[in-house]
Design a protein around this ligand. Structure first.
Ligand code: FES
Length: 108
């Protein structure tokens, strides 16, 4: 397997009802992850981009959270409709989507 140029981590953390911290899975993160996998397949970028689901990335209150390496760019509040833009601008053209960057308060 070739080393990917970009590795995308999509938080799909779940938590029990009543837990003091929010969870990305309660905010449609599984649908966001599914869209990343769908876009990856549609664009046939398997040798350049790897997508992995993951547990908590930290800024739970801002989720769904998505982290892209090697840059260490964290996106917050990512929705299914944002995924194509992340592919177009960031994953394929190295221009992070500014409007989705998490606040430096959470990742700075
Ligand atoms: S639950 Fe997703 S960032 Fe913590």
């Amino acid at each position: 397997m070739p080393k990917p140029q970009k590795h995308v981590f999509v938080c799909v953390q779940n938590r029990p009802q009543g837990h003091p911290r929010p969870a990305c899975s309660h905010k449609a993160a599984p649908e966001v992850a599914e869209e990343f996998f769908w876009q990856l397949q549609q664009r046939q970028l398997f040798d350049k981009v790897q997508v992995s689901t993951t547990s908590c990335l930290g800024p739970c209150s801002e989720g769904p959270s998505v982290l892209v390496y090697p840059e260490g760019i964290m996106y917050a509040g990512v929705g299914k409709d944002d995924v194509a833009e992340i592919f177009d601008q960031h994953l394929q053209n190295d221009q992070p989507v500014e409007r989705l960057l998490v606040s430096k308060e959470f990742w700075g």
